[in-house]
Design a protein around this ligand. Structure first.
Ligand code: PSV
Ligand code: MN
Ligand code: MN
Length: 388
């Protein structure tokens, strides 16, 4: 007898996780970037690598782009390239964090000319979204200050609202704006969108097409992230996830690597709140692979999400509710933990095979020799980095 019901398998089959184009470029810390042979030299090759992840897992049908890192002459061409490889272009991420003009802010800057430049960048991103067929514009702002007294906190919130309103007004009917929060870095004293409450307040003031993006690496240690997931779903404002793992800061490590139980708890709340396979919630990875190979790093990541989703689907909801209602603390916890401790890997492997996929995508990819092939093919040119 299968571990899963037909309904649970149908939910697993629909699961879609968006990959970040930048995960395929070389990345590292400020100490050293260790390059990998075969790293993509342009956005076309990054998409080809993302398509491999989908080919081996059937879990990653879309790829997110970062502008200007993924700037190309023709987005129509990029779009057909992606479609030819069996994937689609997804979220467009704006970038106002690598320009000298933005030293003291972009959408919040005191100088109207700098704000104009930053708003125009977002309008350009929306034009790109029309060409790529993307629904979401994801905004993460590297804005804040390092010293008490340095910045007028209140004025910056007001300017942020004005700038976002102008960007929001340009969205097409089917397009959305998702605002990501992060409590520190690169600014260390304050950031202008530090937490879900600020993101919520800003997007709620814009309208229905503006939502919150929750990056799992952007909270203080010990934060109950699944509570935030529950609340945003309850408010109808959870637009997207940036999944990754952290041990210390914004580590951007493989999702589920640092704390699989936390990922399980998050996915449990997603399911409980009606967010699984809900088109209003985009599941994205936001990761970098500094020392491991990038394509298998992404395969491992989507499989981790799939595994924790499968476990979370196994929570016996009725038994859990009965124990909760009767105040049976230990029984409620047992039901929850039973699902978490279930090894779903053999059942998932069998199910993958039944759908014509490799039972073990990591092993199948390694055996394909694809990494050696691209290392040989992709000589010359400049390998893409985290920033290009
Ligand atoms: C910022 O730390 C962030 O999480 C944003 O999503 C950026 O777009 C991304 O990292 C770049 O890796
Ligand atoms: Mn992010
Ligand atoms: Mn981040």
């Amino acid at each position: 007898m299968s571990l899963f019901t037909t309904e649970q398998l149908a939910q697993l089959e629909q699961q879609a996780i968006e990959l970040p184009s930048w995960a395929f470029g070389n990345s590292g810390t400020r100490f050293k970037v260790f390059a990998t042979p075969g790293t993509p030299r342009d956005p076309f090759e990054k998409i080809a690598d993302a398509a491999k992840v989908h080919e081996y897992t059937a879990l990653a049908p879309t790829v997110a782009l970062h502008i200007p890192w993924d700037k190309v002459d023709s987005y129509d061409e990029l779009r057909s390239h992606a479609e030819g490889l069996g994937v689609a272009l997804g979220t467009i991420n704006s970038n106002t964090f690598q320009d000298d003009d933005y030293k003291f802010g972009a959408l919040t800057h005191e100088d109207a000319a700098v704000r104009r430049k930053a708003i125009d960048h977002h309008l350009e991103c929306i034009d790109i979204m029309h060409a790529t067929g993307s629904r979401d514009l994801k905004i993460w702002l590297a804005e804040g200050s390092n010293y008490p007294g340095q910045a007028d906190l209140r004025g910056r919130q007001d300017r942020l609202h004005e700038s976002l309103s102008e960007i929001y007004a340009r969205l097409g009917d089917e397009q959305r704006l998702v605002l990501e929060y992060k409590f520190f870095e690169p600014a260390f004293y304050h950031t202008d969108v530090p937490d879900w409450g600020t993101s919520y307040a800003q997007v709620a003031a814009l309208g229905d097409k503006a939502m919150v993006c929750l990056d799992t690496g952007h909270h203080a240690p010990g934060t109950n992230i699944e509570f935030i997931v529950m609340q945003l779903l309850r408010l109808g404002k959870l637009g997207s996830f940036d999944f990754n793992s952290r041990f210390y800061a914004d580590d951007d490590l493989i999702v589920g690597a640092a704390d699989p139980f936390q990922l399980f708890r998050i996915v449990f709340e997603v399911i409980r709140g009606g967010g699984l396979n809900n088109p209003d919630v985009a599941f994205m990875l936001d990761q970098c692979h500094n020392v491991e190979d990038k394509i298998p790093g992404q395969i491992r990541s989507v499989l981790n999400v799939q595994e924790m989703t499968a476990r979370a689907l196994l929570v016996d909801g009725e038994a859990l509710r009965a124990a909760q209602r009767s105040g049976d603390v230990l029984e409620a916890n047992r039901v929850f933990m039973d699902a978490f401790y279930t090894d779903v890997r053999p059942a998932l492997a069998e199910w993958r095979e039944s759908r014509g996929l490799p039972a073990d995508p990591m092993a199948a990819f390694a055996a394909s020799g694809h990494l050696a092939k691209i290392a040989e093919e992709r000589v010359g040119g400049v390998q893409a980095g985290w920033g290009a």
